[in-house]
Design a protein around this ligand. Structure first.
Ligand SMILES: Cc1cc2nc3c(=O)[nH]c(=O)nc-3n(C[C@H](O)[C@H](O)[C@H](O)COP(=O)(O)O)c2cc1C
Length: 175
């Protein structure tokens, strides 16, 4: 009979699923597209994120996963005010702008902004904007998970949503 591997052996084994297989599998999980913004002592910054998820409704909390290698990382490390702007169906260009190697000036010049209660930039015409304060940060692998307590929500009626699925954008219109 084959013996079970010891814990020490398991910890030194190569991962059973390689990075590319994991990425391919994750590309089949449809996700809303968000432009996550911040302002404060670390300056104004923003990036595109699909790794956004509800955590709990008491207190209202969501999470955002941010790559520590991203150009915006220092700003998000220093600032506690964050706005998660979920994009409407016509805003895929904005997703590409905030998701590529562009300067913060170029990114913010691509849309109209107002200032949230917390001080973070709110995207005009977003499907919904969650104005938040970061309550906890946890590092896992290459990313930081930012737990964000929601201070205010702004929602627009009668516009469709934008979904990222199979490495492409898809427009969703409610009936
Ligand atoms: C559709 C899409 C989804 C993305 N989702 C995330 C995400 O959830 N977390 C993250 O850290 N980066 C994500 N990115 C990458 C960042 O937006 C990207 O690192 C950044 O804006 C551009 O890189 P740089 O600022 O580091 O030069 C995503 C990009 C795209 C286009």
């Amino acid at each position: 009979m084959k013996s079970q591997p010891q814990l020490r052996e398991v910890l030194t084994m190569p991962p059973l699923v390689d990075k590319q297989s994991f990425r391919n599998a994750m590309s089949t999980l449809a996700a809303a597209v968000n432009v996550v913004t911040t302002d404060g002592p670390g300056g104004r910054a923003g990036f595109t994120a699909t790794a956004v998820c509800s955590v709990c409704d008491e207190p209202p909390t969501l999470l955002v996963c941010l790559n520590r290698g991203a150009s915006v990382y220092d700003a998000f490390r220093q600032n506690d005010s964050i706005c998660v702007n979920t994009l409407a169906d016509h805003q895929s260009d904005l997703s590409n702008l905030f998701g590529s190697k562009t300067t913060m000036e170029q990114r913010f010049a691509g849309a109209t902004w107002s200032t949230a209660v917390t001080g973070a930039p709110v995207l005009e015409e977003a499907l919904v904007s969650f104005d938040c304060t970061v309550s906890k940060r946890v590092s896992v692998g290459t990313h930081d998970i930012l737990f964000c307590e929601v201070a205010n929500v702004r929602h627009q009626d009668d516009i469709g949503g934008l979904v990222y699925f199979d490495r492409g954008y898809h427009r969703l219109k409610s009936e």
